[in-house]
Design a protein around this ligand. Structure first.
Ligand code: ADP
Ligand code: MG
Length: 240
Protein backbone atom coordinates (compact mmCIF):
# COMPACT_ATOMS: atom_id res chain seq x y z
CA UNK A 1 0.00 0.00 0.00
CA UNK A 2 2.88 2.36 0.87
CA UNK A 3 6.40 2.00 -0.50
CA UNK A 4 9.05 4.51 0.58
CA UNK A 5 12.51 4.43 -0.98
CA UNK A 6 15.60 6.49 -0.08
CA UNK A 7 13.46 9.34 1.12
CA UNK A 8 15.17 12.58 2.05
CA UNK A 9 13.67 15.83 3.22
CA UNK A 10 15.16 19.11 4.34
CA UNK A 11 13.80 22.43 5.52
CA UNK A 12 16.45 24.86 4.29
CA UNK A 13 19.70 23.66 5.81
CA UNK A 14 17.95 21.34 8.31
CA UNK A 15 18.00 17.74 7.19
CA UNK A 16 14.79 16.36 8.74
CA UNK A 17 15.30 12.84 7.50
CA UNK A 18 17.36 10.85 5.05
CA UNK A 19 17.59 7.37 3.63
CA UNK A 20 14.13 6.37 4.85
CA UNK A 21 12.97 3.01 3.49
CA UNK A 22 9.62 1.60 4.53
CA UNK A 23 7.12 -0.88 3.13
CA UNK A 24 3.62 -1.03 4.54
CA UNK A 25 1.30 -3.76 3.30
CA UNK A 26 -2.39 -3.38 2.58
CA UNK A 27 -4.40 -4.01 5.76
CA UNK A 28 -1.48 -3.65 8.17
CA UNK A 29 -1.37 -1.64 11.41
CA UNK A 30 2.13 -0.19 11.26
CA UNK A 31 3.83 1.66 14.09
CA UNK A 32 6.26 4.55 13.76
CA UNK A 33 7.82 5.41 17.09
CA UNK A 34 10.48 7.88 18.17
CA UNK A 35 11.27 10.80 20.43
CA UNK A 36 9.88 14.25 19.80
CA UNK A 37 11.68 15.93 16.87
CA UNK A 38 12.67 12.62 15.21
CA UNK A 39 10.78 13.54 12.02
CA UNK A 40 7.65 11.36 12.39
CA UNK A 41 5.02 14.02 11.71
CA UNK A 42 6.94 15.35 8.73
CA UNK A 43 7.11 11.84 7.29
CA UNK A 44 3.33 11.46 7.65
CA UNK A 45 2.81 14.83 5.96
CA UNK A 46 4.96 13.66 3.06
CA UNK A 47 2.88 10.49 2.76
CA UNK A 48 -0.39 12.39 2.41
CA UNK A 49 1.07 15.06 0.14
CA UNK A 50 0.98 17.96 2.61
CA UNK A 51 4.77 18.35 2.27
CA UNK A 52 7.08 17.84 -0.67
CA UNK A 53 10.02 15.53 -0.11
CA UNK A 54 13.43 16.58 -1.42
CA UNK A 55 14.45 13.30 -3.04
CA UNK A 56 13.57 9.62 -3.10
CA UNK A 57 10.15 8.14 -3.66
CA UNK A 58 6.82 7.52 -1.94
CA UNK A 59 4.38 5.28 -3.76
CA UNK A 60 0.91 5.10 -2.25
CA UNK A 61 -1.20 2.44 -3.91
CA UNK A 62 1.14 2.80 -6.91
CA UNK A 63 1.04 6.62 -7.15
CA UNK A 64 4.16 8.79 -6.71
CA UNK A 65 2.94 11.40 -4.22
CA UNK A 66 5.24 14.28 -5.28
CA UNK A 67 4.12 13.94 -8.89
CA UNK A 68 0.39 14.42 -8.27
CA UNK A 69 -1.09 17.62 -9.67
CA UNK A 70 -3.62 19.70 -7.73
CA UNK A 71 -6.69 17.79 -8.97
CA UNK A 72 -5.16 14.38 -8.42
CA UNK A 73 -3.97 15.45 -4.98
CA UNK A 74 -7.51 16.40 -3.93
CA UNK A 75 -8.80 12.99 -4.94
CA UNK A 76 -5.77 11.26 -3.42
CA UNK A 77 -6.43 12.90 -0.04
CA UNK A 78 -9.87 11.29 0.07
CA UNK A 79 -8.05 7.96 0.27
CA UNK A 80 -5.81 9.05 3.15
CA UNK A 81 -7.37 10.31 6.36
CA UNK A 82 -5.48 11.70 9.31
CA UNK A 83 -6.21 12.23 13.00
CA UNK A 84 -4.14 14.16 15.54
CA UNK A 85 -3.64 14.65 19.26
CA UNK A 86 -6.03 17.62 19.32
CA UNK A 87 -8.32 17.35 16.36
CA UNK A 88 -9.81 20.72 15.43
CA UNK A 89 -13.60 20.69 15.71
CA UNK A 90 -16.23 23.29 14.93
CA UNK A 91 -17.40 24.33 18.39
CA UNK A 92 -20.73 25.83 17.35
CA UNK A 93 -21.76 22.78 15.34
CA UNK A 94 -23.12 19.52 16.69
CA UNK A 95 -21.18 16.27 16.67
CA UNK A 96 -23.42 15.20 13.77
CA UNK A 97 -22.45 18.25 11.68
CA UNK A 98 -18.78 17.83 12.56
CA UNK A 99 -18.81 14.28 11.26
CA UNK A 100 -20.87 15.24 8.21
CA UNK A 101 -18.59 18.15 7.26
CA UNK A 102 -16.29 16.44 4.70
CA UNK A 103 -19.26 14.89 2.91
CA UNK A 104 -21.01 18.28 2.76
CA UNK A 105 -17.86 19.77 1.21
CA UNK A 106 -17.91 17.06 -1.44
CA UNK A 107 -21.62 17.74 -2.00
CA UNK A 108 -23.01 14.34 -1.16
CA UNK A 109 -26.78 14.25 -0.93
CA UNK A 110 -28.46 14.57 2.45
CA UNK A 111 -29.75 11.03 2.62
CA UNK A 112 -26.35 9.51 1.93
CA UNK A 113 -24.71 11.83 4.49
CA UNK A 114 -27.33 10.91 7.08
CA UNK A 115 -26.85 7.18 6.54
CA UNK A 116 -23.06 7.36 6.65
CA UNK A 117 -22.92 9.62 9.74
CA UNK A 118 -25.24 7.30 11.67
CA UNK A 119 -23.40 4.19 10.54
CA UNK A 120 -20.01 5.62 11.55
CA UNK A 121 -21.36 6.97 14.85
CA UNK A 122 -22.51 3.43 15.61
CA UNK A 123 -19.08 1.97 14.77
CA UNK A 124 -17.19 4.45 16.96
CA UNK A 125 -19.79 4.27 19.75
CA UNK A 126 -20.93 7.88 19.74
CA UNK A 127 -24.55 7.54 18.49
CA UNK A 128 -25.98 8.92 21.75
CA UNK A 129 -23.93 12.13 21.45
CA UNK A 130 -24.76 13.17 17.89
CA UNK A 131 -26.79 16.22 18.97
CA UNK A 132 -24.24 17.47 21.50
CA UNK A 133 -21.62 20.18 21.01
CA UNK A 134 -17.96 19.06 21.05
CA UNK A 135 -17.18 20.98 24.27
CA UNK A 136 -19.30 18.65 26.41
CA UNK A 137 -17.44 15.55 25.21
CA UNK A 138 -14.61 13.81 27.05
CA UNK A 139 -11.18 13.49 25.41
CA UNK A 140 -11.89 9.92 24.35
CA UNK A 141 -15.28 10.85 22.89
CA UNK A 142 -13.69 13.70 20.93
CA UNK A 143 -11.23 11.22 19.42
CA UNK A 144 -14.14 8.93 18.50
CA UNK A 145 -15.77 11.84 16.66
CA UNK A 146 -12.45 12.62 14.95
CA UNK A 147 -12.16 8.99 13.85
CA UNK A 148 -15.74 8.95 12.52
CA UNK A 149 -15.09 12.15 10.58
CA UNK A 150 -11.86 10.74 9.20
CA UNK A 151 -13.73 7.71 7.88
CA UNK A 152 -16.53 9.55 6.05
CA UNK A 153 -14.73 9.54 2.69
CA UNK A 154 -14.04 5.78 2.96
CA UNK A 155 -10.24 6.12 3.05
CA UNK A 156 -7.86 3.25 2.32
CA UNK A 157 -5.34 4.56 4.84
CA UNK A 158 -5.69 6.19 8.25
CA UNK A 159 -2.72 8.12 9.63
CA UNK A 160 -2.79 8.61 13.41
CA UNK A 161 -0.35 11.24 14.66
CA UNK A 162 -0.08 10.99 18.47
CA UNK A 163 -3.85 10.38 18.47
CA UNK A 164 -3.87 8.94 21.99
CA UNK A 165 -1.10 11.07 23.53
CA UNK A 166 -3.47 13.37 25.41
CA UNK A 167 -5.56 10.50 26.83
CA UNK A 168 -5.34 8.58 30.10
CA UNK A 169 -4.24 4.90 29.87
CA UNK A 170 -7.76 3.41 30.03
CA UNK A 171 -9.12 5.74 27.35
CA UNK A 172 -6.00 5.14 25.26
CA UNK A 173 -6.67 1.42 25.45
CA UNK A 174 -10.28 1.84 24.30
CA UNK A 175 -9.30 4.05 21.36
CA UNK A 176 -6.62 1.54 20.32
CA UNK A 177 -9.21 -1.26 20.45
CA UNK A 178 -11.44 0.86 18.23
CA UNK A 179 -8.62 1.39 15.71
CA UNK A 180 -8.04 -2.34 15.63
CA UNK A 181 -11.72 -2.99 15.03
CA UNK A 182 -11.78 -0.46 12.20
CA UNK A 183 -8.69 -2.03 10.65
CA UNK A 184 -10.35 -5.45 10.66
CA UNK A 185 -13.94 -4.49 9.81
CA UNK A 186 -13.27 -1.87 7.16
CA UNK A 187 -9.91 -3.19 5.92
CA UNK A 188 -8.16 0.15 6.40
CA UNK A 189 -4.36 0.29 6.55
CA UNK A 190 -3.35 2.24 9.65
CA UNK A 191 -0.10 4.00 10.56
CA UNK A 192 0.21 4.77 14.25
CA UNK A 193 2.76 7.47 15.06
CA UNK A 194 3.63 7.88 18.72
CA UNK A 195 6.41 8.56 21.21
CA UNK A 196 4.96 5.81 23.45
CA UNK A 197 6.17 2.26 22.83
CA UNK A 198 3.23 0.91 24.88
CA UNK A 199 0.81 2.12 22.22
CA UNK A 200 2.74 0.25 19.52
CA UNK A 201 2.84 -2.88 21.65
CA UNK A 202 -0.93 -2.91 21.97
CA UNK A 203 -1.95 -2.88 18.33
CA UNK A 204 0.88 -2.90 15.81
CA UNK A 205 2.24 -5.90 13.95
CA UNK A 206 5.34 -4.11 12.70
CA UNK A 207 7.22 -1.04 13.84
CA UNK A 208 9.99 1.31 12.81
CA UNK A 209 11.96 3.23 15.40
CA UNK A 210 12.98 6.66 14.16
CA UNK A 211 15.85 8.64 15.65
CA UNK A 212 17.17 11.97 14.35
CA UNK A 213 15.60 11.47 10.94
CA UNK A 214 16.72 7.89 10.43
CA UNK A 215 15.05 4.54 10.92
CA UNK A 216 17.40 2.80 13.35
CA UNK A 217 15.43 -0.41 13.94
CA UNK A 218 12.46 -1.99 12.22
CA UNK A 219 10.62 -5.30 12.18
CA UNK A 220 7.93 -7.33 13.90
CA UNK A 221 6.95 -5.85 17.24
CA UNK A 222 7.30 -9.13 19.18
CA UNK A 223 10.81 -9.76 17.86
CA UNK A 224 11.90 -6.20 18.54
CA UNK A 225 10.89 -6.61 22.18
CA UNK A 226 12.45 -10.02 22.46
CA UNK A 227 15.88 -9.11 21.05
CA UNK A 228 16.21 -5.48 22.06
CA UNK A 229 18.87 -3.64 20.08
CA UNK A 230 20.91 -0.88 21.77
CA UNK A 231 18.69 1.66 20.00
CA UNK A 232 15.51 0.05 21.33
CA UNK A 233 16.93 -0.21 24.87
CA UNK A 234 17.95 3.41 24.77
CA UNK A 235 14.53 4.45 23.49
CA UNK A 236 12.67 2.39 26.09
CA UNK A 237 14.80 4.00 28.77
CA UNK A 238 13.50 7.31 27.52
CA UNK A 239 9.94 6.01 27.27
CA UNK A 240 9.63 5.03 30.93
P1 ADP B 1 8.24 14.53 15.40
O1 ADP B 1 6.85 14.46 14.84
O2 ADP B 1 8.95 13.23 15.39
O3 ADP B 1 8.25 15.15 16.76
P2 ADP B 1 8.66 16.55 13.36
O4 ADP B 1 8.47 15.86 12.06
O5 ADP B 1 7.54 17.38 13.85
O6 ADP B 1 9.11 15.49 14.46
O7 ADP B 1 9.93 17.47 13.27
C1 ADP B 1 11.22 17.02 12.84
C2 ADP B 1 12.18 18.19 12.74
O8 ADP B 1 11.81 19.03 11.67
C3 ADP B 1 12.21 19.05 13.98
O9 ADP B 1 13.53 19.47 14.18
C4 ADP B 1 11.34 20.24 13.62
O10 ADP B 1 11.72 21.38 14.32
C5 ADP B 1 11.60 20.36 12.12
N1 ADP B 1 10.45 20.92 11.36
C6 ADP B 1 9.21 20.39 11.28
N2 ADP B 1 8.41 21.11 10.47
C7 ADP B 1 9.18 22.16 10.04
C8 ADP B 1 8.94 23.28 9.17
N3 ADP B 1 7.75 23.47 8.57
N4 ADP B 1 9.96 24.14 8.95
C9 ADP B 1 11.17 23.95 9.53
N5 ADP B 1 11.46 22.91 10.34
C10 ADP B 1 10.49 22.03 10.62
MG1 MG C 1 5.03 14.91 15.74
Amino acid sequence: MIEIRNLQKSFGSLNVFENINLTIEDGEIYGLVGKSGAGKSTLLRCINGLEFYSSGSILVDGLEVNSLDKNDLQKFRKDIAMIFQHFPMMGRKTVYDNIAFPMKCWKYDKKEIDERVKELAEIVGISHKLNKKPRVLSGGEKQRVAIARALTMKPKILLCDEATSALDPTTTQSILELLKEINEKLNITIIVVTHQMEVIRHICEKVSLMENGRIVTHGEVDKIFLNQSEEVKSFLGHDE
